[in-house]
Design a protein around this ligand. Sequence first.
Ligand code: NAD
Length: 356
Amino acid sequence: MIESFAYTGLPCRILFGEGVLMRLRAEVEALGCSRLLVVSTPRQAAKVTRLIDSVGDCVAGTFAGAEMHTPVAVTERAMAAFAACGADGVLAFGGGTAVGLSKAIAWRNDAPQIVLATTYAGSEATPILGQTADGLKTTLRDARILPEVVFYDPALTLDLPVSTSVTSGMNAIAHAVEALYAPDANPVSSLMAVEGARALLSALPRIADDPTDRAARAEALYGAWLCGTVLGTVGMSLHHKLCHVLGGSFALPHAETHAVILPHALAYNAVAAAGAIAPLAGILGDDPALALHRMAGKLGAPTSLAALGMREDDLDRAADLATTNSYPNPRPIERQAIRRLLQRAWTGASPGAEPL
Ligand code: NAD
């Protein structure tokens, strides 16, 4: 029997497929914009220049200074660039870092946003903004933050390094896993979560084999969109809390941290959420946590917090930070068990070695 549920769809227009950028100018006009500020990381600046050559006079200016975790000081500089060039909209070219800056601008001035997505993290599909000031990362959710239009052109991802492809793909799979056991999970978000995870699990090994495999790139991007959409639709739990703590308070890299923690967070919840995660057996086998841990290792993703530079001495504080406030999770948050989880993740031990 289908139980009662609530579902709110996100009003975001998606254009997917190779060559879809041909429609960029029409989409800019449909939004009523003619003067875009293009934001990116420094690493993608050269590609932005080539993009501008093709879309020409609807670009009023560029800001290639986006930084991970969206520092407010960087946003203030980008806001000044937006005003200085008389922009009427933002175009983000990149992954979660460029998109974070675009969202931070739109949250402040309600500018329409267009995103050309180039990683698999899924940020472009959510109304969520994480930003940092004075060493503290805070997260907020607002309708102004959700980009109006997202382009997913697999051609833009052909040069995404295999390492970033795998870790940002695992970041997306983490959204899907936690969506399945979210307190507000519903049949629609769960369908998208399973299909998104399936697409990424199929695509990532093929991308690792051949980064120029266009079919695999397209399937990964499709999975990224679905996983990002469920992140924007339902609430997240232990896994995202741990990654927020490890990234925000110990400066660990975002996507890599997700890749390390996901198998352990899933193992922690596996019994309590057995019914909700049952569909994962169809794509990951009988022990999804172990399968994810093995996949990360096989595809060259980091599998231990130690490899990311986390100090063992900091594990106690991380456990404290992750257990101080209560939040929804299938299994109650027990400080000692979370500390054991972190120890296991730190050493890179297998998630299923013994119950936490
Ligand atoms: P990223 O955007 O930081 O990109 C990683 C690196 O790869 C950067 O140096 C970037 O310049 C480069 N890069 C990106 N695309 C490339 C391409 N196609 N070719 C070559 N290089 C490329 O990585 P990410 O994992 O997408 O984003 C991480 C950030 O996104 C974090 O700050 C995280 O908090 C945020 N995030 C937010 C949400 C949300 O909903 N708010 C969701 C997921 C991630």
